[in-house]
Write a protein that binds this ligand. Structure first.
Ligand code: F6R
Length: 260
């Protein structure tokens, strides 16, 4: 587990975008696991800039999003399909046939969720999974007490998640209570995991995820079980970590040894 405390959210976005672009240069048919929310937007802006300004092609990339609300149409401004179109896909040359979201309708949602898992396997598995973290420690919409072995499925959103996201809904507008999400087991199958966290509101969740016990009560703590995870944090999100000096020294040594 690597913990990198960045000087700014821009520095974190630069580092994450750099890693994705380097992986893409090595493997043009990269399989990306993608998150929505405010946290990954800086990375998405940089990927779009790389495509527009330097001609980097995403034509052979396949994407799988982490989660989607149940009950919102694809063109609803709060749907994650809409979010991804507005914040990433509109600016890249990803083949629409290679863009995937967890299923949110149909007669047999469990079967459709199993098919989503199969589609990830058929694509060769996720090479890089991008994550944010909820203030309650959720990853995807795996809320506290989600099984650490869970797969793609329907989840009821936690009160904390609903209140954190209420700002996106107009007064009186109905906020979805249900979502489908990759499971924690699905996320842990990714070959590489990158979690970004910004802001003081996430400091406890980051502390529990990095330095707490592995527990379904803090779902991101399951990432401790993965062999290739990096947390990119700003100072506020890192503020409750007890081993900050150690993480800084590890980083200094890494840079000295030629890392980026
Ligand atoms: C979104 C997702 C969520 C968010 C988390 C943080 O696809 O999976 O787990 O990453 O709720 O959201 P922001 O980035 O808006 O703070």
């Amino acid at each position: 587990m690597r913990v990198i405390e960045c000087q700014s959210t821009d520095e974190a976005a630069d580092l994450v975008a750099h890693e994705i672009l380097a992986a893409l240069a090595d493997k043009p048919d990269l399989v990306l696991g993608l998150a929505t929310g405010s946290t990954p937007i800086g990375v998405y802006e940089r990927l779009i800039a790389a495509h527009r300004e330097r001609g980097v092609s995403f034509a052979r990339v396949t994407t799988f999003n982490l989660d989607e609300y149940v009950g919102l149409a694809a063109d609803h401004p709060q749907s994650y399909r809409h979010f991804m179109r507005e914040n990433l896909f509109h600016g890249l040359d990803v083949d629409p046939a290679n863009i995937h979201f967890p299923p949110v309708d149909g007669d047999d949602l469990p079967a459709a969720c199993a098919a989503y898992e199969q589609a990830i396997r058929d694509a060769g598995g996720i090479d890089i999974q991008i994550l944010g973290i909820g203030s309650n420690g959720h990853i995807g919409f795996n809320e506290p007490t989600s099984s650490l072995a869970s797969r793609t499925r329907l989840k009821t959103l936690a009160d904390k998640t609903l209140s954190d996201n209420a700002r996106f809904y107009a007064e009186g507008e109905e906020q979805p209570q249900l979502a489908t999400t990759m499971g924690i087991g699905t996320i842990l199958d990714a070959k590489r995991i990158i979690l970004q966290s910004f802001g003081h509101k996430k400091a406890q969740a980051v502390r529990e995820a990095v330095e707490g016990a592995v527990s379904s009560f803090w779902p991101a703590s399951a990432l401790q079980m993965h062999p290739s995870v990096t947390f990119y944090l700003d100072r506020d999100s890192a503020s409750r970590l007890t081993m900050r000096d150690y993480y800084r020294r590890v980083r200094e040594n890494e840079l000295r040894l030629g890392g980026h």
